[in-house]
Design a protein around this ligand. Structure first.
Ligand code: PLP
Length: 393
């Protein structure tokens, strides 16, 4: 065995010994309320497929039709020969859906963050960042080479405090997740906006888990709080509620124009594929035509949360259909998740470093694809395993 990669084997062994090695399950069916894994049918509480669109007939047929008309691949990066009429249509439709001047699409939400932050701030500038912001925001901030000043999670007073203690000589930007995916809580955007306005700093929100979930018909966190025209940059993803894959940035035309010139993943990585873009267009059609899926998502999430609380589980501080079941230590969370799986329920344990030490949990992602009967099946299994492991009495 090669000596130069010995350190990798050591690190992998160490992860296994600490119980931190991620075993990745393989899904053998389409996404939906139920999945086939290892040949077994299991209830799916893990996917970000909030509205059940990942296998929706309208998206599937839009993708197939587009392939017949335009082929599969974009052939190039957007700025050379990869901008197809479908990309422009999607961007115009997303801008109209979100009520902003303009929008730009990316290959993923992750690359949207990597494009946006370094295009707007750089060396000598300051980023004020919620301490629990998503990894892709953190990486975008690091790439920008601006100084990163963290403030306490969802705490506008602390944001004010760190701003007071920081000398800003260049540009400054405040960045927060909209919905925090590990806890399901929502950023206090109106208060953060007031601070951004007072200091005249750029304000960016990453609405990956609010897109298709919060606001009228899933128009996102800005719509939820009625902050139209006040948040400079809304980053989003097409990979969760939209059911496909891709990223977006929505906002003022001048900012979007700038990202078309300076967003590095836009300039140096190929465009979204034809079937993805077409399926996203079909998702926008569905969201614009009815609020039914968004309502079902919330009704399922609220029901699950209420029933889990009534059984005695601690569901943390969630305000959305993401429901964490707080268990404390990682081995308990892992054992709980394993037992759920044996009983036919797929719900992931999440531990350090994704969440702080001692705050391990099972995270349940409710969706509009679940029926009330599915949720009841899940609840009964949680009750059984919770009692067996002494989490509830
Ligand atoms: C807050 C946040 N931003 C960005 C992303 C990345 O989105 P995508 O999966 O489209 O790259 C995620 C996905 O986990 C996320 O939770």
């Amino acid at each position: 065995m090669s000596k130069k990669t010995q350190w990798i084997r050591d690190e992998l062994d160490s992860l296994r010994q600490q119980g931190l090695f991620t075993n990745i399950r393989t899904i053998e069916s389409p996404q939906g309320a139920w999945l086939t894994i290892d040949g077994r049918r299991v209830l799916n509480f893990c996917a970000n497929n909030y509205l059940g669109l990942a296998n929706h007939p309208a998206l599937r047929s839009a993708a197939k039709d587009a392939i017949d008309q335009y082929g599969v691949g974009p052939g190039a990066v957007r700025t050379i020969a990869g901008t197809m009429s479908l990309h422009i249509q999607l961007e115009e439709r997303l801008a109209a859906f979100k009520g902003v001047e303009a929008a730009i699409s990316f290959q993923s939400g992750f690359s949207a963050n990597l494009a946006t932050v370094p295009a707007l701030v750089g060396k000598g500038d300051i980023i004020f960042s919620d301490e629990l912001n998503h990894a892709s925001i953190i990486d975008g901030c690091r790439l920008s080479r601006a100084e990163i000043v963290r403030y306490a999670h969802c705490d506008p007073d602390d944001l004010r405090r760190v701003i007071g203690e920081t000398k800003v000589e260049g540009r400054a930007m405040i960045i927060s997740d909209g919905v925090f995916s590990m806890d399901g809580d929502v950023a206090p955007l109106p208060e953060i906006y007031e601070i951004a306005k007072e200091f005249d700093y750029l304000l960016m929100v990453d609405d990956a888990h609010g897109e298709g979930v919060l606001g009228r018909g899933g128009r996102g966190i800005v719509d939820h709080f009625g902050l139209h025209g006040k948040v400079d940059i809304e980053v989003g993803t097409l990979s969760k509620a939209f059911g496909v894959v891709g990223g977006l940035v929505a906002g003022k035309k001048e900012i979007i124009d700038w990202l078309r010139q300076r967003g590095r993943p836009f300039l140096f990585s190929s465009a979204m594929t034809v079937p993805d873009v077409a399926a996203c267009l079909a998702a926008v059609d569905l969201l614009e035509s009815s609020t039914e899926l968004v309502e079902r998502l919330w009704s399922n999430g609220d029901y699950f949360k209420k029933e889990m609380g009534a059984m005695g589980f601690n569901t943390g501080r969630t305000q959305t259909p993401i429901v964490p079941i707080m268990l404390g230590e990682a081995p308990l969370a892992q054992q709980f998740s394993r037992r759920l799986f044996e009983e036919g329920v797929f719900a992931m344990a999440i531990g350090y470093p994704t969440v702080p030490q001692g705050k391990a949990r099972i995270r349940v992602m409710n969706t509009a694809a679940h029926t009330r009967e599915d949720i009841d099946t899940g609840l009964a299994t949680f009750r059984k395993v919770g009692k067996e492991l002494g989490v509830i009495s």
